[in-house]
Ligand binder design. Structure first.
Ligand code: UDP
Ligand code: MG
Length: 243
């Protein structure tokens, strides 16, 4: 592929203290790779100084592109808007708070040579960045999701992923879809793998989710995803005439 570009997409809601360290960390990892890249930050209508900081960062470096919602629409919507704006053949998504470490990007890119989508799993390192309650609620949520969708994904809500842009071509977007992206890609016929990623405590600022949200937010969507899995057309065209 000629001059591929990696689009790094980050949803952001009130992350004023994290944005500059995040951009610095992404640059430190990307510069030695000699791979063209852009960083797209989707500001989900932050009420702190995130947007001012993004404007300054964008004025200094045209590879940093930012958009801002007129009202808070949630992580999935921000992620989706960022992904839609991406110009690259490859798309990486990660959180703004440095819980995901940009240093893992080369590992994702290596694995992407064999798969259409590579998802991060925080399972091994979860305890380094999250307390026991968060670890447990995530374990339960993953267990239930896997049971209903007949999946074996260890960390389906981890939004640290790298995928080929064609994966998003036919997806239907909905609130909360970020928790189901690996399954939604598989429904479309794309190959998906998980790799372990580092996991750190939030650099600064507050998490936007509580235990109840983590446990129950996806229950409704879960059945819709299961329905999609079961009802998708699966056919092979055997012959063609006048095509
Ligand atoms: N986020 C967002 N809109 C929201 C809530 C969160 O764009 O309404 C972003 C947030 O800024 C972060 C990512 O989604 O980049 C994950 O959020 P958070 O770190 O709070 O989730 P946690 O790691 O606690 O599950
Ligand atoms: Mg976080």
């Amino acid at each position: 592929m000629e001059n591929p570009i990696l689009s790094i997409v980050v949803p952001c809601f009130n992350e004023e203290g994290n944005l500059i360290p995040l951009i610095t960390a992404i640059r430190e990892t990307m510069e030695p790779l000699k791979l063209a890249y852009e960083i797209i930050i989707a500001d989900d209508c932050s009420t702190d100084k995130s947007w001012e900081i993004l404007q300054t960062l964008g004025a200094q470096d045209s590879r940093i592109r930012a958009l801002r919602f007129e009202k808070n629409c949630g992580q999935s919507a921000a992620l989706w808007a960022g992904v839609q704006a991406a110009k690259g053949q490859f798309i990486a998504t990660l959180d703004a708070d440095l819980q995901n470490d940009p240093k893992d990007l080369p590992k994702f890119l290596e694995a992407l040579k064999q798969y259409d989508c590579v998802c991060g799993s925080r399972l091994e390192n979860r305890r380094k960045g999250d307390n026991l309650v968060r670890q447990l609620s995530s374990k339960i949520a993953n267990g239930v999701r896997n049971k209903i969708t007949r999946e074996t994904i260890s960390d389906s809500a981890c939004c640290y992923r790298v995928f080929k842009r064609e994966c998003i071509g036919n997806l239907k977007f909905f609130k909360g879809m970020h928790r189901f992206l690996p399954t939604l890609f598989k429904i479309e016929g794309y190959s998906v793998a998980e790799i372990p990623v580092s996991h750190h405590a939030r650099f600064t600022g507050k998490s936007h989710y509580g235990v109840w949200n983590r446990l129950f937010a996806s229950s409704y969507d879960l059945f819709a995803v299961r329905w999609m899995q079961k009802r998708m057309f699966r056919y092979q065209v055997k012959d063609r005439a006048n095509f």
